[in-house]
Design a protein around this ligand. Structure first.
Ligand code: BEZ
Ligand code: FE
Length: 288
């Protein structure tokens, strides 16, 4: 077909998709074309604006390497990651809610025995973390794997500061589904904003901060892996998280304690905080 115009071009592009053999590829491509064309008709970009948009996406791609994933940041800051998360985790009542994985999870973390300190000597307010892992029916999940990572008290993750891993580790729940360990208190922090996504946030009049949180990824055979984090009650950024990841059910007090004997019997010589949270996993499989 020739002489396509503003009115006829969308239908012609959709017609050309007819050869897609995978119905899902057809469905996604057709919706993409339809929504993209509707977006362009709505905003009526100038040629210069369209070129700027292409330059922006090019620079997002160029910013990506083994340690930096600018496209995930873009998805996170546009609320797309949390929307995909919500679509994929229509969590049954009683199961812990999910939130974004974020870019600071790394595969090379190491296992620690229960009760151990995973801060690796990083300076900060001691933090005692404890809780249980259960199924929706309330039964403890013995041996659940608890992957944890968080920032330091300046708001930086280990991977932003060098090659030494710290404030991250893997724990295995005991026979009653309990876990407990020590680390240092994290802090609210800005997502990496020295690239195109940071430029976008500034242009949109938005700050780059996430409220204080500890990340958890909890898994066990027969259960869906839970990716979530626990937020510190009272954080100034709770209602304006730059990646839209806060849920009420994930907010808990980081209780302050004076120096003394901690719940696990440890003698602590300075004030510390305690974070306690009970996680509930959803069973995997068709009946879940
Ligand atoms: C994080 O919490 O680690 C995070 C999540 C999304 C974007 C940037 C950081
Ligand atoms: Fe984080």
């Amino acid at each position: 077909m020739r002489d396509l115009n503003e009115e006829t071009i969308t239908a012609e592009v959709v017609t050309r998709l007819a050869g897609a053999t995978d119905p899902r590829v057809y469905q996604i491509s057709e919706a993409l074309v339809r929504h993209l064309h509707a977006f362009l008709r709505e905003i009526e970009p100038t040629q210069a604006e369209w070129a700027a948009g292409i330059d922006f996406l090019t620079r997002v791609g160029q910013m990506c390497d083994a340690n930096r994933q600018e496209f995930i940041l873009l998805s996170d800051t546009l609320g797309a990651s949390m929307l995909v998360d919500a679509i994929n985790h229509r969590t049954p009542a009683g199961a812990t809610e999910t939130t974004v994985l974020g870019p600071f999870f790394v595969e090379q973390r190491k296992p620690f025995p229960l009760g151990e300190n995973m801060s690796e000597g990083v300076d900060g307010t001691p933090m005692y973390v404890s809780g249980t892992v259960r199924g929706v029916d309330g039964s403890p999940i013995a041996g659940a794997t608890i992957d944890v990572w968080h920032s330091d008290e300046e708001g930086f993750y280990d991977v932003q500061q060098g090659d030494e891993l710290a404030m991250r580790g893997i724990f295995t729940a005991d026979a009653a589904g309990r876990f407990w360990f020590w680390s240092v208190r994290p802090k609210y922090y800005p997502i990496p904003d020295d690239g195109p996504v940071g430029e976008m946030l500034a242009a949109q009049g938005r700050h780059p901060f996430r409220p204080e949180h500890v990340h958890f990824m909890i898994s066990a055979p027969g259960f869906e892996t839970l990716v979530t984090h626990i937020f510190a009650e009272g954080d100034p950024y709770m209602d304006s998280d730059v990646v839209f990841g806060v849920k009420n059910s994930l907010i808990t007090p980081y209780k302050r304690h004076q120096a003394g004997t901690a719940p696990d019997g440890t003698q602590v010589d300075r004030d510390y905080v305690e974070l306690n949270y009970d996680f509930v996993l959803k069973a995997s499989g068709p009946s879940a």
